[in-house]
Write a protein that binds this ligand. Structure first.
Ligand SMILES: [Zn+2]
Length: 256
């Protein structure tokens, strides 16, 4: 199973806020999500990016959308990419969520029929999780990664949840940015691919001393754990693995 990543939206931010020693000039952070076809489990999505569900809301979610002002890319939402392939939301059999921040779950209620995999912890509003974006029967409708059998993961990563029971995709704990955050290792890619979600914003931030400090770190759930997760991902990359981050501005080999 080899995922392809699409960009749902971009968010502009001064590089210095997302990369220590970066410029004050703004960079366009991508908001990726992935599509993959598992030979037995069928068509699935990996995070969901931003989408129209974010807009026209009141309350905290409305404020969030007005402050971050993401720019949705035409044709980049998961619904649009599926439609272009002649598929409907009902054709999606599974969804792997790395964590539940708004930029990873837009449109999730339309996928409530699918098998939903997510971390076992559901943090609240204060931690950037908006119940309005989740299915009404959350969290009982999701399978927690923690409840699945775990297998050893390559290149120094901790053991990961064997999502499909065949070792092809391992959800490894990479907490810090969000409580319970998981990265996804696609072991059949050569070299193995780690979708490391939001361990860092930019690939350059994985290098020693380049992770941003305040204010980017203020939103981290656990700064110490975030540092440890960055080290794990760096070790995986140094060992020859491929890494995809959700928000890296540059286009990579796994991007559509
Ligand atoms: Zn994110």
């Amino acid at each position: 199973m080899i995922p392809v990543f699409h960009t749902s939206a971009t968010v502009r931010a001064p590089e210095r806020l997302v990369l220590r020693g970066g410029r004050w000039a703004r960079v366009s952070l991508r908001v990726r999500w992935g599509l993959a076809e598992h030979p037995a489990a069928g068509l699935g999505l990996i995070d969901l990016g931003y989408g129209p569900a974010l807009f026209g809301r009141g309350g905290a979610l409305g404020i969030y959308a007005r402050v971050l002002r993401p720019r949705l890319l035409r044709g980049g939402a998961w619904q649009e990419v599926l439609a272009k392939k002649g598929a409907a939301p009902e054709d999606v059999s599974w969804v792997l969520l790395t964590h539940l921040h708004a930029d990873h779950v837009c449109g999730l209620p339309a996928l409530a029929h699918a098998r939903l995999f997510a971390p076992g912890v559901t943090p609240g509003l204060r931690h950037g999780v908006f119940p309005a974006l989740l299915p009404r029967d959350w969290p009982s409708c999701r399978t927690a990664y923690e409840s699945l059998p775990h297998l050893p993961a390559p290149l120094g990563l901790p053991e990961g949840a064997d999502v499909f029971g065949d070792g092809s995709c391992l959800a490894v704990p990479l907490p810090g940015h969000a409580a319970g955050q998981r990265g996804l290792v696609f072991t059949r890619c050569d070299p193995p691919l780690l979708y490391a979600a939001d361990v860092q914003w930019c690939a350059a931030g994985l290098a020693p001393g380049r992770a941003p400090g305040a204010p980017a770190m203020w939103i981290a759930d656990d700064r110490y754990a975030a540092g440890e997760s960055t080290r794990l991902v760096r070790r995986f990359a140094d060992g020859g693995g491929d890494v995809v981050l959700c928000h890296e501005p540059g286009k990579g080999t796994y991007d559509a």
